[in-house]
Structure formats: C-alpha cells, structure tokens
Design a protein around this ligand. Structure first.
Ligand code: ARG
Length: 592
C-alpha cells in the first residue's frame, strides 16, 4: 500500500515527463503552508530553466495534466510557478481506512532484504558501563529494531571489550591487592593448569574492579614499568596462561550480571552477547594469513598494516596488529571479528554504532579488512554519534568529576520519574509494582527520546529536568499522549462503541490522516540514513496531530457514524504511535 504522498509524487512526476521535463523535478513534498495546501511541487522553476520556457507556463501545463485526478480536490499555481495540491477528502478517507486495516500501519518492507549485523553497546568487561555506552545502546537498539522491522535479517551483537590491555591492568591490580590471589594465579600459571580451588577468586566483586580500574589506568599512564607489566600480563592472558585466564573468567562472570541488569533496565537486548575474547582462536591463524598475503610490515618490533590511500587528505596511522609485547590489539580483535561474523552469518552489512571519536579506528580497520579481502567496500559502516554533555559542554561527568555509571544514571532517572508521576497526582490508586513498572517506562522513555530526537551526530546536554517533563518534546509527553488514547478507547469499548469506516471531514482529521500517511517516509529516512531521529520526529508530530484532533473533534459524544469513524482514527493513531515508539525502544504503559 503506497502512501498518498508517494502516489501523488508519481502522478506529478508523470505529468512533468508528459510535457518533456525531467520527471524527478516533479518531486512532491509536504506543503510549507498547510493552511493553503497539503503538498507542493516546486519543480516548474527548474524545469523552465532546463527547457528555456516560462515557469508559470510549465506549471500550467502540468496542472492541466493533473486535471481530473479524483484524489485531488484542488491544484493551484502560486507565485512564479509553485504547484499546490490539496487532497480530496475521499482520498484521505480511503487512505485512513487502508492504514487502519494494515497491521503494519502503512510501513513498507524493503524490496531486497539483507543480512545485517549491528554492533552496539560495546561495554567493557570489568569496568561498569558508563554513559558513553548509553548512546551506543540506545541508538543501536533502535537501528536494530528498525532494520528488522523493515524486513532485514538482523543480529545485534554486544561486542564486549573483554580482551585487551585493560584486562592486563586489572589482573595486575587485583594481584597487587590480594596476596592470596597472587599466589594462586602464579601457581596456576607455573603449573599450566587451572587452579583446583577457585574460591579465593570469588572474593573479587564488581565494586573491587570498579574501584581498582581507574587507579590502575592512571598508573599505567604515568609509570612505564607498571604499563609494561600490564602489557606482559595481557600477552600472558591472550596466550591463555592458566592463572590469568581463571582470574579473567571471574571478571567476566561478575560483570555479566551487572551488564545484563543495566541493559535489561534500558530495554536493550542482544542476540549475540559475544566479546573480543570470542575471536582469540582466530587471531593466530589470521596473523599468519595476513603475513602470507604480504600485508604485515615490521615496525620497531610490532607488526602493522599500512592503510593510507592516494588522495587521503591526512595521514591515517597504520593498523597495529601485533604489539611489540606480542599482544593482539583493539583493532586486531575487530579485524578477527569481521572474519568471525563472515563465517557465522555472512552479513551484507555490518553497522558499528560507536562514538564518533572512534571514527579513525574504524576507518583503519575497514581499510585493512578490505585489503585482506575479509569485507567488500561499503559493507562495513561506522554509524558514529556525538557525546552526551554536561552543562559545561564537555562529556557528562558526575559532580565529583568521575564518569557516571549507567546504573546510577538509570536509578537517578527513575527517581525523577517517580517524583514527576507523584507531582502529577498519578499512581495513588496503583499497587507499588504497577507504579514501579510505570516509573521504569517513563525513565526509559525520558532517556531514550531525549537522545533519539537529535540527529545522532549532534551532541546534547544532559538535563534530567527537561527530559522527564510531561510537557514539550519529551518521552514522557509521548507516553502520556499514547496512554490518553488508550484510556479513551477503553472508555469507548466499555460503552460498547464500535469503530467503523473513516470519513474525513474536519481540518484536524485531515491533518491527522496526512500525518499518519507520512509514517513510511519517516521510516525510510531513518533506515537510509541510520537516523532514528526521523522516526522520533514522526512520533512527536503524530501525537501533536492527535492532540489537536482530540481537542477539535469530540468522539464519545458524537453521532454514531462520526463517532465510529473517529474511534477508528484514534485506534490507528495509537497503533502507529506505539509501533514508532517500540522501534525507538520505548514501551508504553497501559495507564499513567
Ligand atoms: N568496547 C569499546 C569501547 O568501550 C567499544 C566497542 C565497539 N565495537 C567495536 N567493534 N569496536 O570503547
């Protein structure tokens, strides 16, 4: 089922072609002046230039071609040759009935579905997830849902950072702090076998890692001996020395629990909870193969791949494949992961939803992958994003200056959501469980919508007061609107009022149907540009259009025929709004 805008676009394009003008100039867009028209086409000016004719004359010729189309109530020429289209109410009614009967609410599927892997979240084991991972999780989850909904076969992979230098740093720090663990790890390393008694390792908690990591990272920067030791431990871990490996497994276990909790609270889920460590077996053979291809170059004891190309505006550093200590690096595991995914899933497209500041890293890895023949040009796509900033314009930190942990942020937002709900007098008649469930949904909606309403490249300021407000362009506002429609429909059902065929009459009804009509265009834009903000914008417009409709068009008190038409519109609006929100990763409570 094509949307009205596209259908009319085709007609106008054909009319341009019929008078000898390039059809693409007939492009139809929503009108800048909704009071005068629904759609417009400005192509007559460009066509006039091309054909050396007068623009009004061209517009007139096009308008003649359109005459008699039953979908158009009026076609007018404005100014120097803008064509204004007003859709006939009958066509709007028909479209509304089509949308209401469509389980996909007007959303198309892609003509040629692909296998798509979305790499997002990217938390690091042994370090709690911080707000830097918040955006990756929110945007990635939405892109995954959107691609899947459009018909692609999609896998979401968390790609834990669990195999690099930070592991060496932490293993060293834990051993420094606990003589018992040191003895156990060293003995297991020497024996080449896992420790028989793992119980001393069980004392290591996430809080310990949390506390030790920043210290160790700082020391590693300041003290070269400390850093070199961490690198040696990293190499030892990567060659699976039994003691290091056992301690590392403990890190992984304690982190997993917290990660699952945080992701769950955010409404984020993965199909593959894989990590960098999952490709460790591939790295050795890959290095051998890269060497055989002649891609590896020795560089002061390290092995690198040069990736510069003719025409580069600046020099990209090489990919560091093996460090001088013999460790695999961040880029090495990314390269091996490309191979792994190719073997496991053979994706047509891999989308890396990762901070924009890693743009060079990905460019380097992608070029190396193409050189090695592990991927084709254009198959690997870094979808970067800006930062979430504090009011100082720098990446968000706690008042003490540390990075805020994701769990703390979620808790903080929930607190605020609870307070907002109480302020609004909501929840008094609810069980504590229901109230908590709603507060959780409000918190997630607040965080996600605040993020997704901006184009991902834009950085934004963290402002919990604004994010959680029930007014303005916020997640809670959208939930509130959706809940309002739900309760209206419940009341109608309780009265025994049915939904029936739509007959569009009032301006607010026209506007609502035109907004519903624009769903697929928003989805297409979000899909093509990896830009969930297009969908967020649509959800917002839809709730605004509904709000106007609700104010202008009484429902329960209207004549039965009018009432059933309006109830159908309300029902379709609710389903489309819930669907759009779901694709943004936001779920709507039954009531608020
Ligand atoms: N763990 C990384 C970080 O915290 C992000 C991983 C992103 N994905 C990837 N394939 N490199 O920065």
């Amino acid at each position: 089922m094509t949307d009205l805008k596209r259908a009319l676009g085709e007609v106008v394009e054909a009319a341009f072609a019929a008078i000898g003008a390039p059809p693409e100039l007939g492009r139809v867009t929503p009108s800048d002046r909704p009071d005068l028209a629904d759609f417009q086409s400005n192509g007559a000016l460009a066509a006039a230039k091309r054909l050396g004719r007068n623009p009004r004359e061209i517009a007139t010729a096009v308008v003649e071609q359109l005459a008699g189309d039953p979908r158009l109530a009026a076609v007018e020429i404005a100014g120097p040759g803008f064509i204004n289209l007003k859709v006939a109410s009958g066509a709007l009614s028909e479209r509304a009935n089509g949308l209401a009967a469509d389980p996909r609410l007007g959303a198309e599927t892609v003509a040629a579905p692909r296998r798509v892997l979305v790499d997002y979240g990217g938390p690091n084991v042994a370090k709690p997830m911080h707000v830097g991972h918040l955006r990756a999780s929110i945007i990635g989850e939405s892109i995954k849902r959107l691609y899947r909904f459009r018909g692609d076969e999609v896998i979401g992979d968390a790609h834990f950072g669990d195999w690099g230098y930070q592991m060496g740093l932490l293993i060293g720090a834990v051993m420094d702090e606990s003589p018992a663990i040191r003895t156990l790890v060293e003995a297991a390393n020497a024996a080449g076998a896992a420790p028989a008694d793992l119980s001393p390792l069980e004392a290591v908690s996430l809080a310990d890692l949390d506390r030790l990591y920043p210290e160790a990272a700082a020391k590693g920067k300041a003290d070269t001996d400390y850093r070199d030791r961490a690198r040696r431990i990293t190499a030892g871990l990567q060659s699976k020395q039994a003691g290091y490996y056992a301690l590392w497994e403990r890190f992984r276990a304690v982190t997993q629990v917290a990660l699952e909790r945080d992701f769950h609270a955010l409404g984020v889920d993965f199909d593959w909870w894989k990590g960098e460590s999952d490709v460790e077996d591939l790295i050795g053979p890959m290095v051998t193969e890269l060497d055989a291809m002649g891609l590896l170059v020795d560089d002061q004891g390290a092995r690198i791949i040069r990736v510069t190309r003719d025409g580069d505006k600046r020099e990209l550093p090489p990919l560091l494949v093996v460090s001088s200590e013999g460790s695999a690096m961040y880029g090495t595991t990314d390269l091996a992961t490309i191979l792994d995914r190719k073997r496991q899933f053979d994706p047509h497209l891999v989308i890396y939803c990762v901070d924009q500041r890693q743009a060079d890293h990905f460019e380097i890895v992608f070029r190396a992958a193409c050189q090695a023949g592990y991927a084709a040009e254009g198959q690997l796509e870094h979808v970067g994003f800006g930062t979430m900033n504090g009011t100082d314009g720098k990446p968000f930190k706690t008042r003490e200056g540390g990075v805020l942990k994701l769990n703390d942020m979620i808790e903080m937002t929930r607190d605020k959501a609870r307070a907002r709900l109480r302020e609004a007098g909501l929840g008094e008649d609810m069980t504590p469980e229901e109230f908590e469930d709603i507060a959780g949904k409000v918190a997630v909606a607040a965080l996600k919508f605040a993020d997704l309403q901006n184009f991902r490249g834009t950085s934004y300021v963290f402002d919990l007061d604004r994010f959680t407000s029930f007014e303005g362009k916020t997640g809670p506002y959208l939930l509130y609107q959706a809940v309002r429609v739900k309760s209206l429909l419940r009341r109608a059902a309780a009265e025994g009022f049915d939904q029936g065929p739509v007959t569009v009459a009032e301006p607010a009804e026209r506007d609502l149907v035109l907004t519903l009509d624009a769903f697929d265009a928003a989805l297409t834009e979000a899909y093509d540009r990896y830009a969930p903000n297009a969908l967020a914008e649509h959800a917002y417009r839809l709730s605004q259009a509904f709000s106007k409709f609700y104010a202008a068009c009484p429902m329960l008190s209207a004549e039965p025929v009018v009432r059933s038409s309006r109830l159908t519109l309300a029902g379709a609006t609710l389903r489309q709004l819930e669907l759009a929100l779901d694709l943004l990763g936001i779920s709507v409570p039954e009531r608020m």
